[in-house]
Design a protein around this ligand. Structure first.
Ligand SMILES: Nc1ncnc2c1ncn2[C@@H]1O[C@H](COP(=O)(O)OP(=O)(O)OP(=O)(O)O)[C@@H](O)[C@H]1O
Ligand SMILES: [Mg+2]
Length: 356
């Protein structure tokens, strides 16, 4: 399948700070990509460069195979949704959603309400805009709210209006910058599936920025992990989880923070570092690892155990919900499958392919 968007060796320098360092990202037509990374790693800067709201200091941006360096944001037909919603408070929901269409289809004169009806062509464009806004609002469950102002809406409703404004112009690409970060946990989960449904329905490529790895895993068919202005790894969620390219990606991807073990922590790994996920490590009387129990968090379906190796390394393991937790201070044996061990170079952090 062809690429709708490509960043090739894109660099962005602010003053003497290199914020993006030779970032290359390929976005397939119709795909859902998440840009995942900690605060300040360059996610928004990348997105703004894709949208044409910012220019790279070096490198190339290709839209549909063609360089777009010379095109403005407006000319790219790319829709962007911001974390802050960026709604106009004095406009109604309908007017906010209609905005990209009014800007495109009506001349300055046509936008003026009274004179507008006197301008040839304007009323036809106006009818088209009304129909399109109505259709978009219905699809997003905003039909009843068209006359309200943003100040009279909940967070989730505001976010839907922002999505509606992106949808209404039928863009070739959707860019969403942490669109759910102002919502509470429950609403986030609901809006997450609504955005996935929107993606399926439109069939367009979505690029979704988040620092929440659960969100990234749940929604994406490609995750691009960014660390310190560089692409650390790009691939399918499963690929990143099962074969993280380096220690930093291993630490970032996965619901439970991965354990890092060294020689002397009960495994023979020479001078490399081993990554072992808590969900791959559990109490087992025949296990080869041994550690002292410090805490236990009962979560219903599972119990998260906090332990410490003789060497002092913190280790987390997961036991089933019905596990009888021994007294704190007990020495526990832990077992794991060698297949689940990730080995990293102690100096560079790069993944080592031959497991011990
Ligand atoms: N206009 C600017 N001038 C100078 N520095 C900037 C500018 N815009 C961004 N930066 C810096 O570039 C770095 C990356 O910023 P960016 O907004 O892309 O991060 P981010 O990954 O989106 O972070 P967050 O998750 O906090 O939104 C930050 O260190 C930021 O301070
Ligand atoms: Mg940002």
């Amino acid at each position: 399948m062809s690429n709708i968007l490509e960043l090739r060796d894109v660099t962005r320098v602010f003053g003497d700070r290199t914020v993006l360092d030779r970032v290359s990202i390929s976005i397939r037509q119709g795909s859902f990509t998440t840009l995942l990374g900690a605060s300040g790693c360059g996610k928004s800067t990348s997105l703004r460069i894709m949208a044409g709201l910012d220019r790279p200091s070096g490198g190339d941006v290709l839209l549909d195979g063609k360089t777009v360096s010379g095109l403005t944001a407006y000319e790219r037909n790319v829709a962007m949704v911001f974390q802050s919603y960026a709604l106009y408070p004095h406009l109604t929901v309908a007017q906010n959603i209609a905005l990209p269409l009014t800007m495109r289809h009506l001349s300055t004169l046509g936008r003026v309400p009274v004179l507008g009806s006197l301008v040839p062509g304007a009323s036809e464009a106006r009818r088209m805009i009304l129909a399109k806004v109505g259709e978009t609002a219905e699809a997003l469950g905003l039909g009843e709210l068209l006359d309200r102002k943003p100040g009279q809406l909940s967070g989730g409703q505001k976010q839907r209006v922002a999505l509606g404004r992106a949808l209404v112009r039928d863009p070739s690409l959707f860019l969403l910058d942490e669109p759910l970060s102002n919502l509470d946990a429950r609403l986030r989960v609901r809006m997450r599936s609504e955005i996935s449904a929107l993606h399926r329905r439109t069939g367009k490529a979505f690029i979704y920025v988040t620092h929440d790895q659960t969100e990234a895993m749940a929604m994406a068919d490609q995750i691009v992990v960014m660390i310190g202005g560089k692409v650390a790894q790009a691939g399918a969620p499963r690929e990143l989880y099962e074969r993280p390219a380096n220690r930093d990606v291993a630490a970032f991807v996965g619901h439970n923070a991965i354990n890092f073990l060294e020689q002397g922590d009960g495994i023979e790994i020479g001078n490399s570092v081993a990554g072992l996920r808590p969900e791959d490590l559990s109490p087992d009387t025949a296990g080869t690892l041994s550690a002292r129990l410090e805490s236990a968090e009962y979560l219903g379906s599972e119990i998260v155990l906090g332990l410490r190796s003789a060497k002092g390394t913190e280790i987390r393991a997961i036991a089933p919900g019905d596990y009888a937790v021994p007294a704190p201070g007990s020495e526990l044996r832990l077992g794991f499958s060698p297949r689940k061990l990730h080995l990293f170079d102690a100096t560079t952090g790069a993944r080592l392919e031959t497991a011990a």
